[in-house]
Design a protein around this ligand. Structure first.
Ligand code: BEZ
Length: 241
């Protein structure tokens, strides 16, 4: 059934959905999303406006970490509802004039989408009128190599993102996929992982009675497992670009 225009205005993709498709003009030429990124992880993120201070700190930080994300096989794509020439002028100013926490002369090499019509921002639920109806909030979509949305994080206009956390999110998702496990609070590569909860009484009994090396069960529903850090690093660095 077709969505009404009111429903479209508040449409929010969800975790597990296919990433909505679009074609866009960017600072690196036209892109066809997500087809062009098939086979790679992607972080698609929005920011409120060019030539604003919090966004400037975010771009300097993300651009400085681009190689680290490439080491995860993860590409970066930014978006704001400004036009292409504003984007170009802002990125030139960042490189020529702005220093932040010792980072200077930073060139933003990943694409920044122009979205004056807000078509893409609306498709991804990046316009949240309670916060602003003219600017995108700071949204983050982590999209897997099959084009499926795997994580969504939203921040308000005033709050700069933590890019170490975004790295951790991609590393944790790749680990969960590679080893069929879950990752606990504050997990970092090398830490113990969570064995998926038993789904039957039989498995629950097996779990608590099991003497499997490296597995520790506090209770039938709470088992952790050690995975060799080198194996985890190999999994998260697989398909590095
Ligand atoms: C900023 O990036 O500094 C910013 C942008 C929009 C609203 C508030 C702050």
């Amino acid at each position: 059934m077709e969505n009404t225009s009111e429903e479209k205005a508040v449409m929010m993709p969800r975790i597990g959905d296919k990433a909505p498709a679009f074609k866009a003009v960017t600072t690196q030429g036209e892109i066809q999303f997500p087809e062009q990124y098939a086979g790679s992880w992607v972080i698609l993120f929005s920011h409120p406006a060019d030539f604003t201070p919090v966004c400037t700190t975010e771009f300097i930080t993300f651009a400085s970490l681009e190689k680290k994300f490439a080491g995860l096989g993860c590409k970066l794509v930014g978006l704001s509802v400004d036009g292409l020439y504003s984007h170009i002028a802002w990125l030139r100013t960042i490189k020529e004039k702005i220093k932040f926490r010792g980072m200077a002369d930073v060139e933003v090499k990943f694409p920044l989408i122009e979205d004056i019509t807000m078509e893409v921002a609306r498709k991804y639920g990046m316009i949240q009128p309670g916060e602003s109806s003219t600017k995108a909030v700071r949204a983050v979509f982590v999209i897997d190599p099959k084009g499926i949305i795997r994580a969504i994080i939203y921040y308000p206009l005033s709050l700069g993102r933590n890019f170490d956390e975004l790295y951790r999110v991609v590393a944790a998702l790749k680990t969960a996929d590679a080893f069929s496990v879950a990752t606990p609070a504050d997990w970092q590569p090398g830490d113990d992982v969570i064995v998926p909860t038993a789904g039957s009484c039989g498995v629950a009994k097996e779990r608590v009675e099991s003497k499997e090396a490296g597995v520790t069960c506090e209770d039938w529903f709470f088992c952790t497992k050690k995975i060799d850090k080198a194996k985890v690093l190999a999994a998260i660095e697989a398909n590095a670009k």
